[in-house]
Design a protein around this ligand. Structure first.
Ligand code: PMT
Length: 268
């Protein structure tokens, strides 16, 4: 066998969808008021205070790696940049930030507590250990499947064909979103949707099916989102949506954090 790295995201080039020209002003349509899921006190966004002051924020970032044998794994092209930028922006907004990261080459942003994991199961355990929290953002590209039986030794190149049986990983985001707000503490839960086609349709489906408070949809493919310095997001929530046009991921992260803080305020 050649070194195996199975990419679990389809990557192909798609033209970017048309977006508004001003990157600093996301359009915020009417939204539906809902009960707050906050635990700590919060300064109102836009009041001159820091938008997430006093909040505990848990963010997942980067890829996961699922072992095939001791030297090979299933993974994807996530660099961790988007999640790390969100951790930095949340920290700047006054939050206590725990970043649960798959393998990346990035240093932890200053002031952020980073917990390193490798597999989806490890990421799930680390996330659940940090519950309850006020805000959960799932930016990680978690492998949807893992090898059913990773080989204990390096697989030898003998047979002409090799079958690999995969089993589904637990969906960390769905599990957090399903927490009981009264007995378990459910955070304001934000997911990402990485899609090559029908981006909004798939993102809307994930928002509803996973019972999220918000989802940030990005078109992925060659030169888009994964392992890029910039990105563009369409952010959806029940009753509203906003466009965050293509920008450096650090700027985009600040805009998304501000949008999340506004939504939390509107629901309070
Ligand atoms: O890391 P970068 O190079 O900066 O790239 C950023 C990014 C493209 C990885 C990021 O913007 C992004 O889109 N992250 C989500 C990638 C993804 O796997 O999306 P998905 O549509 O397959 O998953 C939907 C949501 O469920 C995501 O929030 C994901 O974190 C979550 N999930 C998925 C599977 C699983 N087992 N557990 C999960 O929590």
């Amino acid at each position: 066998l050649e070194p195996l790295e199975l990419v679990d995201q389809l990557v192909r080039h798609m033209p970017p969808s048309p977006r508004p020209s001003d990157p600093s002003s996301p359009s915020l349509p009417a939204s539906m008021p809902e009960a707050s899921s906050r635990f700590g006190p919060r300064e109102p966004a836009g009041s001159g205070g820091r938008a997430l002051a006093g909040q505990k924020v848990v963010i997942t970032a980067g890829p996961t790696r699922e072992a095939i044998d001791p030297v090979r794994f299933i993974s994807n092209r996530s660099s961790g940049r988007m999640g790390y930028a969100l951790a930095e922006a949340a920290c700047e907004a006054g939050a206590e930030v725990v970043l649960i990261s798959g393998p990346t080459a990035l240093p932890a942003p200053k002031g952020v507590t980073r917990i390193d994991v490798e597999t989806a199961l490890q990421m799930r355990a680390a996330v659940l250990e940090q519950m309850p929290c006020d805000l959960f953002i799932a930016t990680a590209a978690v492998a949807d499947y893992r090898a059913a039986e990773p080989a204990p030794g390096k697989i030898k190149k003998s047979a002409d064909e090799l079958e690999l049986r995969l089993v589904k990983n637990p969906d960390i985001l769905s599990e957090v979103a399903s927490r009981d707000p009264h007995t378990e503490g459910r955070p304001f839960t934000v997911g990402f949707a990485a899609e090559t086609d029908h981006v909004l349709e798939h993102a809307r489906d994930k928002l509803v099916r996973k019972r999220l408070d918000m989802i940030a949809a990005n078109r992925v493919g060659e030169g888009l989102a994964f392992d890029q310095p910039d990105n563009a997001l369409t952010v959806l929530w029940p009753g509203g949506q906003a466009e965050l046009p293509k920008a450096d991921k650090r700027l985009l992260a600040r805009q998304l954090i501000e949008l999340i803080a506004q939504r939390i305020d509107q629901r309070a």
